[in-house]
Write a protein that binds this ligand. Structure first.
Ligand SMILES: [Zn+2]
Length: 325
């Protein structure tokens, strides 16, 4: 075993987290961050609700925030959590949708404890080859790897797809065996962004739980990951529209469906859009109600508090991860 580079930052990989989540019938939250306030809200919310957490960074976030700064933000977040918040919750730093071997390698070197290699847009053979290459490298540093089979529709930073392709359960055993991945992202009808389904609010989106069940049968006890799993909380969409925004027909995954997924082999649920909605809604409201305000701490601080509340509610009422850290 080579050096655990991530240990220097005080991080954990996802292996133990997923094992406990599988046994306990809950899912670990993976919250995306690009800035200080989001990171404070995630760590504060997860420490307060005693939830293990995966801090998730996309390649777009890495470009936005700078890779060196991100490394020390993560290190600082862990130290703040231990020293100031007196919390020992496990914290992973994960690359979301890595698209090349080089990007995954660079993240391992910068101290990430987990990476995703998303080869789902390639042919099956090329996906296997690329994923296996990343696994071979990452495992030398005890970094866990998430692969993907099937394509999610929608837009998320640099990840774009017009149409989705459900994961084919017939491929999962072969993929896991040939690549050695630690977890697998699947496509059962969720999508990236705030416009996940064509149905109206109140209608139940057609998620393919039958595919999830079939995959669980083929890979008993293997950690499954759900992307595009924001609920697109309607109170914040309404707030955005009330204060000058325009978001029409934004729909996400109902919380009951996420609860059901969290009890199954789904061990990691990705939440990005909901956090974006909360911040935008509160910033719009604060600025509309306080037109003379020009201190960013006032409106970003308010957004941070609301985001923390949302995170505690997700961990407690939806994922079941509260109290498990
Ligand atoms: Zn995703």
């Amino acid at each position: 075993m080579a050096d655990r580079l991530y240990a220097e930052l005080g991080l954990s990989n996802t292996r133990e987290m997923f094992k406990k989540a599988m046994a306990g019938g809950y899912a670990i939250p993976a919250y995306n961050f690009n800035n200080l306030e989001q990171l404070q809200a995630i760590i504060g919310g997860c420490a307060e609700s005693r939830s293990p957490v995966i801090l998730q960074v996309s390649s777009g976030a890495r470009k936005y925030a700078n890779q060196t700064l991100l490394r020390y933000m993560a290190k600082g977040a862990v130290e703040m959590c231990r020293k100031e918040l007196k919390s020992e919750i496990p914290i992973a730093l994960h690359l979301d949708h890595g698209d090349t071997f080089e990007l995954c390698k660079s993240c391992v070197e910068y101290g990430f404890s987990s990476v995703m290699i998303d080869g789902s847009h390639h042919s099956y053979e090329k996906n296997v080859e690329l994923t296996a290459q990343v696994v071979e490298y990452a495992h030398k540093y005890d970094v866990t790897v998430e692969g993907e089979l099937g394509v999610l529709a929608g837009i998320e930073d640099d990840v774009k797809a017009e149409v989705s392709h459900y994961t084919d359960p017939n491929q999962v055993e072969d993929f896991v065996k040939k690549t050695g991945v630690d977890s697998l992202a699947i496509s059962i009808g969720t999508s990236h962004g705030a416009y996940k389904f064509k149905c109206k609010p109140g209608e139940v989106p057609p998620l393919r739980f039958d595919i999830l069940d079939e995959i669980e049968k083929r890979l008993p006890g293997f950690p499954i990951v759900l992307h595009g799993a924001s609920s697109v909380l309607q109170e914040y969409v309404a707030m955005i529209n009330q204060y000058g925004g325009r978001m029409e027909n934004a729909v996400g995954v109902p919380e009951e469906q996420l609860r059901r997924a969290a009890k199954s082999a789904v061990c990691k649920i990705n939440i990005d859009s909901d956090g974006r909605l909360v911040v935008t809604a509160i910033v719009r409201k604060m600025l509309a109600e306080n037109p003379a305000e020009f201190d960013p701490r006032k409106y970003l601080g308010a957004a941070r508090e609301e985001l923390k509340k949302m995170i505690i509610a997700k961990n407690t009422n939806v994922l079941g991860s509260a109290g498990q850290g």
